[in-house]
Design a protein around this ligand. Structure first.
Ligand SMILES: *Cc1c(COP(=O)(O)O)cnc(C)c1O
Length: 230
């Protein structure tokens, strides 16, 4: 199967999952996760009409951004950002940073953004699975964390992101996504100044249909588009 065919198939599944969801009219954004794949594959997807790409290492995103320098591409940073990489990630005009998970990182990003006279759209990553290996704010701490972000005027909070549980148990996965949507609505109900709750970034190759049924507005898909990573 070619990248174009894979994209076609995924878009079909996205629209089918949407019809099973509460708000079938909404737009779902597809982020093609190109990590570990060379720029040729990104160009192949781009010629098939896919213009949103996600990377999860700062260094790799930076390399690909500089190699491609293609205005058509909307870059998303979806991975963990080390505090000492805050400056580096801001060299790239990312459309959205999905992975704000601690105050140290927000402080560093804000400091460098102030110097640049820029701002960024960001999501708060939440650890909905409870797996120790995963990044993300604890579900009970999201509201207070988001409150602390309202003071950083360079960071525009647009919503939440999660990586679902690593399991074959679909009920468990669905629970993670339900939990994220509930927190999203709770934060929205708080009506915190400057904080918007618009985007729910959840769902990967193995679970994006469940995520869409549970309200995802952004899905992040790698393997199902580009094949297995080696
Ligand atoms: C790699 C990755 C994805 C995509 O995973 P696939 O299973 O290849 O679709 C999505 N989100 C994050 C945060 C990732 O690191």
């Amino acid at each position: 199967m070619s990248i174009a065919e894979n994209l076609q198939k995924i878009k079909q599944k996205i629209s089918e999952a949407l019809t099973r969801s509460e708000d079938p009219e909404r737009l779902v954004k597809l982020v093609a996760v190109s990590k570990t794949f060379p720029c040729e594959k990104i160009l192949e997807a781009l010629s098939a009409g896919q213009n949103i790409f996600g990377e999860n290492y700062v260094q790799e995103l930076s390399q690909k951004y500089n190699e491609l320098k293609d205005e058509r591409i909307e870059w998303h940073m979806i991975g963990h950002i080390q505090t000492n990489k805050a400056k580096k990630i801001l060299e790239i005009p990312t459309f959205l940073i999905h992975s704000i998970d601690r105050i140290d990182l927000a402080i560093q990003l804000d400091k460098h953004l102030q110097k640049l006279g820029q701002s960024r759209d960001v999501l708060v990553e939440v650890n909905t699975s409870g797996e120790a290996s995963k990044s993300g704010v604890h579900p009970d701490e999201v509201i207070s964390f988001v409150r602390s972000l309202k003071n950083f005027e360079t960071l525009r909070v647009k919503g939440l992101m999660t990586v679902g549980a690593l399991t074959d148990n679909q009920a468990k996965t669905r629970n993670c996504f339900r939990k994220l949507r509930k927190i999203f609505l709770d934060v929205r109900n708080e009506g915190i100044d400057r904080i918007e709750m618009i985007e729910l970034s959840m769902g990967m190759s193995s679970d994006f249909q469940i995520a869409i049924e549970e309200g995802a507005t952004i899905v992040r898909i790698g393997t199902a588009i580009f094949g297995e990573r080696v």
